[in-house]
Design a protein around this ligand. Sequence first.
Ligand SMILES: Nc1ncnc2c1ncn2[C@@H]1O[C@H](COP(=O)(O)OP(=O)(O)OP(=O)(O)O)[C@@H](O)[C@H]1O
Ligand SMILES: [Mg+2]
Length: 262
Amino acid sequence: MVSIDTYDACVDFPIFDAKSRSLKKAFLGAAGGAIGRNSDNTVVIEALRDVNLHLNEGDRIGLVGHNGAGKSTLLRLLSGIYEPTRGSAVVDGRVAPVFDLGVGMDPEISGYENIIIRGLFLGEGRKSMEKKMDEIADFTELGDYLSMPLRTYSTGMRVRLALGVVTSIEPEILLLDEGIGAVDASFMEKARIRLQALVEKSGILVFASHSNEFLAQLCDSALWVDHGQIRSCGPVDEIVGAYEGPNAAEHVRGVLKDLGRL
Ligand SMILES: Nc1ncnc2c1ncn2[C@@H]1O[C@H](COP(=O)(O)OP(=O)(O)OP(=O)(O)O)[C@@H](O)[C@H]1O
Ligand SMILES: [Mg+2]
C-alpha cells in the first residue's frame, strides 16, 4: 500500500546572509513564507509550518496557493529532497518527482543517454529504459537532437525529454510541479493526455498548479497552502472558490461538467 503521512512537519530555510537590520519583525507579505528567527537568532524563512497530511492509494490532490506559499517545498519534502526541520514526513511507495528537471540529467551527455540516466534516477532498470527508448524518443519529437549533448537544448526541449521519461514509467507516487509549463502549447496538450494516463496508473498524485483547468482535470481534491500552512482541504471547486473566488469555482465546475465528472 502506498501512503504519505506528515506530522506537524516544518521546513525552515536558514538565511545566513540576510541583511537582518532592515528586516521587519514577523513580516508576512503577499508572497513567500514568514521570515523569522530560530533559537540561535539566525534569520529563517518559514517555508512550511505544522503540516499534517495523510494520503492513501487513489488520492489525487492539487495544491493551490500564492507565490511562495510552500507548494514546491511540500513536494520536495514528500520526495525526500528536504528533511523536515521539525516533525516528520513518512512516505511509503516509489516516488517519481516531476519538478527538478535538472536532477538526474547531465548536460554533457546525449538526450538518449539522459533518458536512461533519468529513468534510473526514477527507479527503473537500464533494460526496461532501453525497451521504452523508441517510444519516448517519438513522444519528445526531438529527433536528431537526442544524439546531441543536453547542454544544446532549450528549456522547453529539456522539459520534453523529462516529461517523456516520467510519463513512460509507472510510479506509485507522482509529485508534479507546475514548472513543467515551459513547453509550447501543442506539446503541452500532448503531454496533458499522457500525464492523465500516468495519473491513472499511479497510486497517489500530488500536483501543485496555478492552472485551475489542470487541477480540475487531474485532481479530485485540493489543498490550500497559505504562508506555509494548510489553510483548508476539500473538493477542487470548493477550495479554488475559497482561494480565488466564486468565478474560479464556477470555471472548475464547468471543466468538471465537460469531463462528465459533475
Ligand atoms: N532553497 C530555498 N532557500 C531559501 N528559501 C527558499 C528556498 N526555496 C523556497 N524558499 C522559500 O520558501 C517559501 C516557499 O517557497 P515555495 O517555492 O515552496 O513556494 P510555492 O508555493 O511553490 O510558490 P510558487 O507558486 O511561486 O511556485 C518562500 O518564502 C521561498 O522564499
Ligand atoms: Mg512552486
